[in-house]
Design a protein around this ligand. Sequence first.
Ligand code: SAM
Length: 218
Amino acid sequence: MERIPEPELMEQWEQARAYALADFSEPHDAFVRHFQRLFPVFAQGRVIDLGCGAADVTIRFARAYPQSTLVGLDGAEAMLQLGQEAVARAGLDSRIDLRQLRLPAAGIGRDYDAVISNSLLHHLAEPATLWEAVARAARPSAPVLVMDLLRPASRDAALTLVRLHAAEAPPVLARDFFNSMLAAYRPDEVRKQLRAAGLMHLDVEIVSDRHWLVCGHV
Ligand SMILES: C[S@@+](CC[C@H](N)C(=O)[O-])C[C@H]1O[C@@H](n2cnc3c(N)ncnc32)[C@H](O)[C@@H]1O
């Protein structure tokens, strides 16, 4: 099935609120566990979360690594505002700094001991945008973990996954999940993107019925 792009930024309030209220504990805790499994030596540092949205992964990561500080970047004001509220509720304002920035952006320096990103790539019209930001942000040998959806083989397969994982979700969220799967990249496409970006040391691994991850050191 051909990829069907979706809008880059999640700027609509209804969409952002549904996303921020949703229970993503399963995939987002899995994201943190994958990081712990893949990078057992990492204990602390300055971490950047690209496309942090409402900061749910950012917060879970901060709790798992209490000695770390995080910068979360996102281009959408609505998502960031909800993220800022979630960070305040979690009492993590002193360790999580959320910034409104739309990639590609010049303002990212090679300042980070780890780079993480969840569910950003499928939003990007030009996927090289993410890989350039990863390469620009990561200090030498910094761990990188990027996770995203896997485009199913057909619309029917995508609908089956919606029924399986979003049967109880509000309609706006179920629709977004469906559209996001159609917009997602497949592992062979991601491998090509990594080669084109010169990120040969990063590997692609399928980790669930709907997710792949890219991991390694830059
Ligand atoms: C599906 S959400 C994922 C949010 C978060 N990482 C999570 O896992 O909950 C994707 C986020 O990427 C943001 N985004 C999309 N394109 C972007 C760009 N070019 N620059 C910055 N953020 C972008 C959207 O606004 C949205 O908040």
